[in-house]
Design a protein around this ligand. Sequence first.
Ligand SMILES: [Zn+2]
Length: 197
Amino acid sequence: MAEAGDLAALALMTRHPERFVWIDETGSAVKIGSSAADPDAYRKHNLWIPPSVGWSTLHPRAQRLLADVLLLLNLTEREGLTLDDRLQRTNRTELPPCLTRDRSVLRPERTVGKPGAAEPGTGCLRGCKFELCPYPAKGEQPAGELREPFCRHQQVLAARRTLRRERAGWQGMTSHELGRFWGAMAERTRTPSKGDG
Ligand SMILES: [Zn+2]
């Protein structure tokens, strides 16, 4: 999937994923989730995908690619990594094996403040050159926390039979594993971290 890799790399290098087709900044507001959602929460989280953006109108394959690009952005745009670090670790045209092969190493359920190896790079699969895992902990505020509806939607996509047949070339895990990962990603947005946000 050289194309996916290129797109991901481009989004990453430009730091402007919204330039890519899948985000329609000017489009009419697409309500995702409840209308009673707290607007402060959006501001607080500095979302890559603001609530007004119509990701839900994209082709499922584009949604799937978008999700993985956003994961990569969140892995990269974090405290403790200098700009040099970031460029050095991500200046590649493929996605990290921790995204493509085994997402359990991202440990999306991890909470902040737990002892143990958590520095970027300490959780990677053997041979991973990106050195970005694990994923920022819950409460560590990644650049743009992915919201629950988005994650749930990815979970649904993972299980969809037509999509399973034409599985994204870069996703080397089973649809079950992928679905479980997105379930965990959705869960982490449910319980707001107290006091450390
Ligand atoms: Zn890795």
